[in-house]
Design a protein. Structure first.
Length: 363
């Protein structure tokens, strides 16, 4: 049966159950295809989680004056890491703190807010969510008293997906999620006082790019797409630090439940043109220079090329999972689980695109 013949939930359950055997089969068939631990650099700034005390061990690391990142584990969701795999951040503006994403759970949000209070005397005045994924907003109960902004497309997606996110993370993360209920953004981004530098194309939902100010801080933004239908990039203009959300993954296999590979690669090209000094991805270590963009683009291009070839040749999903993967990608964090999800999310799209061609070429 082809991948496209199963529903996504049923298919994911089947494939995840088979994944260890498939990985072992691939390694036996090709000694160069082996599972290795993620590179040590991906763990360098991981928080020290206390599972018994339900303490995320959050730490604020200063990237520039008034700019802090709070790094999560570069890994997959597990109870051992508190399901904290996201980098959140906060910026002091002279009149209050802008919080960038709120984490995976009510408890994370509460501990993040306490950390902010320990780090700066400024009150939290605004929250900004960069996309619709659960670890970007399920900590928002701790920020119910301040404006919470996201693009209209992201707000629509959160409304649609929130219940499924809650159910899935309760299953994956257990007691870390206790008391968590989705509190959605309460207003649209960009704010009314933002200046739009580049108008959206006709018929597009994207507001393109612009600037806005909070206190003494000026920020620029651009709304891209590909990882999701709305991927917001925020740049602190004083420091040149860019918060690039899920468009860039560093030393980690990208997540793809809402991905469109072509637009994602195009967005990376546009992001590269911004010339950011420092990038804070949502997953993986903070990086200087273009490495995060280059690595993410290389992986997506490999996926696009190989999956298109497999689909034209009529491969079954089990064959795709047994196919060799370059060692540089296998060494990235979360390969054993996230690559399987990549196949489940994306390969049916390539199968459908290739349907008119199946049978026209040699296998």
């Amino acid at each position: 049966m082809s991948a496209s013949a199963l529903g996504p939930t049923a298919l994911l359950a089947v494939v995840l159950a088979a994944a260890p055997a498939l990985a072992a089969s691939a390694a036996a068939a090709d000694p160069s295809v082996r599972s290795t631990a993620p590179v040590e650099a991906t763990k360098a700034n991981a928080p020290q989680v206390d599972v018994a005390r339900k303490d995320y061990g959050l730490r604020a690391r200063a990237l520039a004056e008034g700019v802090w990142v709070v790094e999560g584990a570069n890994a997959d969701f597990t109870p051992a890491n508190g399901c904290n795999i996201i980098n959140t951040a906060f910026v002091s503006t002279g009149v209050g703190v802008l919080v960038i994403n709120t984490g995976t759970s009510r408890l994370y949000g509460e501990q993040l807010r306490a950390l902010i209070a320990q780090t700066t005397r400024e009150p939290v005045v605004q929250v900004l969510h960069l996309n619709l994924h659960p670890d970007y907003f399920l900590g928002s109960q701790a920020f119910a008293d301040v404006p919470r902004l996201a693009t209209p497309v992201t707000r629509e997606g959160m409304q649609r997906e929130a219940k499924a996110y809650e159910d899935n993370l309760y299953r994956l993360c257990g007691d870390w999620m206790r008391g968590t209920e989705a509190l959605l953004p309460d207003r649209d981004f960009p704010p009314a006082d933002a200046s739009t530098a580049t108008p959206a194309a006709a018929g597009s939902k994207l507001p393109a790019s612009g600037r806005f100010r909070i206190g003494t801080r000026e920020f620029s933004f651009v709304e891209l797409s590909g990882h999701t239908d709305s991927d917001l990039v925020l740049v602190d203009r004083a420091s040149g630090i860019g918060f690039v959300g899920g468009l860039v993954f560093v030393d980690r296999i990208p997540t793809t439940p809402h991905a469109k590979i072509g637009p994602w690669i195009a967005s990376l090209d546009r992001l590269a043109a911004l010339g950011l000094k420092t990038m804070v991805p949502s997953h993986g270590p903070v990086v200087s220079g273009p490495r995060g963009i280059d690595d993410t683009r290389a992986y997506l291009q490999w996926i696009d090329r190989e999956f298109a070839t497999y689909a034209r040749d009529g491969w079954e999903i089990s064959e795709v999972l047994r196919a060799p993967v370059p060692q540089r990608f296998r060494d990235w964090a979360a390969f054993d689980t996230e690559y399987v999800r990549n196949v489940v999310h994306l390969y049916p799209l390539y199968e459908r695109a290739a349907l008119p061609e199946v049978g026209s070429g040699a296998r």
